[in-house]
Design a protein. Structure first.
Length: 280
């Protein structure tokens, strides 16, 4: 009997997203199962793969505890240690310490003074624990507004992060580099969100303009180097932004990223093979 595979989602998303629909077509042994459904017996699955668990940011401690329980009874992808590290964007400090080019980021925890945060010019202020563009705001030459948003995040008990807005994203876009079982699979181009009026139809994620693209040599070199330092990943998405000095890492999505499988005709089969490998 073929072991069942759980594609972890949330009770707040009863219908599959595009990635899950593509995966289910390739994985008849897979079920969509909500991480926040207390009735689920996770030990009944040969592997549990995080997919659309997008409400975890509002329940981080519960999510971490759930991931630990799952990890104790079956195979969890990505691994528990990766999830614990990646669900707080302070991992960007670790990447920068490894000499990986990242967007310059200042973190300001509750109780810390934001006086030294670079809030002049065009800056993005967002929570260090967050998914999509939730809680992220763009400020143009508005230091008072940026600092007020830092204070608002602190009032909610959140660590704030301040980054310069790299305006080439408005003309070039953001590049998502997708890896499956440590191997480059495909790239997708994401249009700017914060500088445009975007809708948010579910409350869990912002709708994005996504298209297939060809990664540059510089993008491949940087993303390959990032993923090579992290063995054991079933899936990874490295989000890059362009600068005059080459690409930089905006985010490293290792927990529950959209993989934009519909932008490459062979990507769903590659993703299904990577997931099936967990059963071996």
């Amino acid at each position: 009997m073929t072991a069942r595979i759980a594609l972890a989602t949330t009770v707040e998303l009863p219908e599959p997203d595009a990635d899950e629909s593509a995966l289910i077509a390739q994985l008849p042994e897979a079920d969509r199962v909500a991480w926040d459904d207390p009735a689920v017996d996770w030990s009944a699955y040969g592997a549990v793969v995080l997919r659309s668990t997008w409400n975890y940011t509002a329940h981080l401690q519960d999510f971490h505890a759930w991931a630990a329980r799952v990890d104790a009874v079956t195979v969890l992808a990505n691994p528990l240690a990766t999830i614990l590290w990646n669900t707080d964007k302070r991992y960007l400090r670790d990447l920068a310490a490894r000499d990986i080019a990242t967007v310059p980021t200042t973190f300001v925890a509750p109780g810390e003074s934001p006086a030294d945060a670079p809030v002049t010019g065009a800056v993005v202020v967002k929570p260090a624990v967050g998914a999509g563009s939730a809680g992220a705001r763009l400020f143009h030459d508005d230091p008072d507004g940026a600092l007020a948003h830092v204070a608002a995040l602190h009032e909610d008990g959140l660590v704030a992060m301040v980054q310069p807005y790299l305006e080439q994203v408005d003309t070039v876009g953001e590049t998502a580099m997708i890896y499956l079982n440590g191997q480059f699979s495909h790239a997708a181009r994401k249009a700017a969100i914060l500088s445009k009026e975007q809708t948010n139809s579910t409350g869990l994620f912002a709708e994005e303009e996504i298209s297939a693209c060809t990664a540059t040599d510089a993008e491949r070199e940087l993303a390959d180097r990032v993923v090579a330092t992290m063995p054991g990943l079933t899936y990874a998405r490295v989000d890059l932004l362009p600068t005059d000095n080459g690409p930089v890492v905006l985010e490293l999505e290792l927990t529950e990223p959209s993989l934009f499988l519909d932008t490459d005709s062979e990507a769903p089969a590659r993703a299904a093979a990577a997931i099936r490998a967990l059963l071996n």
